[in-house]
Design a protein around this ligand. Structure first.
Ligand code: FES
Length: 319
């Protein structure tokens, strides 16, 4: 694992008690609407299930860890892994596992997607928490700090890949010169901010570090009512121009220094905890299966795969 990735994964682990703001519920209008996101080497997706609830899952097939969703946004009432065809419903349950159906001891119920703690606040803001154990409390759950409405409309968004430092992105994304009324409303750890243009329009900016050392910036605009597309397009254009015009050399931000300081303190505390316990501690790590029945099914699959690759020219899998 690269040093960069290791450091960030470690950081995510340390802050697993935090609730991370991801997006607004207006992104999920119909069953199967999903949104995929990666933070460092951790990929997950948020989806609207059949009952209309918003759920989040690790983007990892329970068969051999292939990614389930590859697009940033989409709609899929059934999520099918493209490797060997295991399929999951919007509640993360395994509904199809080719070649395992007749294995008497294989239980589909034990092989659903790993869920992620999810909360949708009364203002429609969607948060996740990556802790692999009990769901931690959320301080502001009953009094959402942002004056968005659950029925606000998503006016549009864009994703920008940049080499800028993710920790300083929120400081770049508000300039009174763009809009005389624009102001930052709230900052959510580690790198998401909500800005208000006026009392009826907002935009959000989140910056997520990626495994390859880049930063993925996500910008979205929301409004109380329809007919604000032109304003939304203008805001997104200004944000893109601002980010693209900034270089690593010219990116100056107090937030970078503050966040780096916090990371160092957390790393030190975590190291002390591991030394006390005498083992490594990974709060976000999901339990791996060690079940004998799965091992049998896995062996069967490997045998079938071997047969298929022998039968197919070039070793291409037949399913
Ligand atoms: S890795 Fe997903 S079906 Fe095999």
């Amino acid at each position: 694992m690269k040093v960069f990735s290791f450091f960030l994964s470690f950081f995510i682990d340390l802050r697993s008690q935090e609730w991370l703001y991801i997006c607004h519920v207006s992104h999920f209008q119909t069953t199967g609407d999903y949104y995929t996101l990666s933070i460092a080497d951790l990929s997950f997706f948020i989806i609207r299930d059949k009952q209309g609830a918003i759920q989040a899952f690790h983007n990892v097939c329970r068969h051999r860890a292939y990614r389930i969703t590859s697009k940033e946004n989409g709609c899929a009432p059934v999520l099918r892994c493209r490797y060997h065809g295991w399929s999951y419903n919007t509640a993360g349950q395994l509904i199809k596992a080719p070649h395992f159906e007749n294995v008497a001891s294989f239980d589909r119920r034990e092989n659903g997607l790993f869920p992620i703690h999810t909360k949708v606040l009364s203002n429609g803001m969607v948060f996740i928490n990556l802790s692999a154990s009990t769901q931690p409390p959320m301080e502001w759950e009953d009094s959402p700090v942002v004056n968005l409405a659950a029925d606000s409309l998503w006016m549009g968004g864009c994703s920008i890949e940049t080499r800028l430092d993710w920790k300083g992105i929120p400081d770049l994304c508000v300039r009174p010169s763009w809009w005389s009324t624009a102001k930052k409303v709230h900052f959510f750890f580690p790198s998401s901010s909500v800005y208000a243009l006026d009392t009826s329009m907002w935009y959000t900016v989140s910056a997520w570090p990626q495994e390859n050392g880049e930063t993925r910036v996500r910008c979205d605009v929301y409004a109380k009512e329809k007919g604000k597309q032109k304003t939304a397009e203008r805001v997104l254009t200004l944000l893109k121009e601002r980010i693209n015009a900034t270089t690593q050399e010219t990116q100056i931000s107090d937030s970078i220094v503050e966040l780096e300081h916090e990371v160092k303190i957390r790393l030190k505390m975590h190291r002390q905890l591991e030394e006390t316990l005498g083992r490594q501690v990974h709060p976000t790590k999901q339990e791996q299966r060690g079940h004998e029945r799965f091992a049998q099914a896995e062996k069967l699959c490997a045998d079938l795969e071997c047969l298929a690759s022998k039968a197919a020219p070039g070793g291409v899998l037949a399913w």
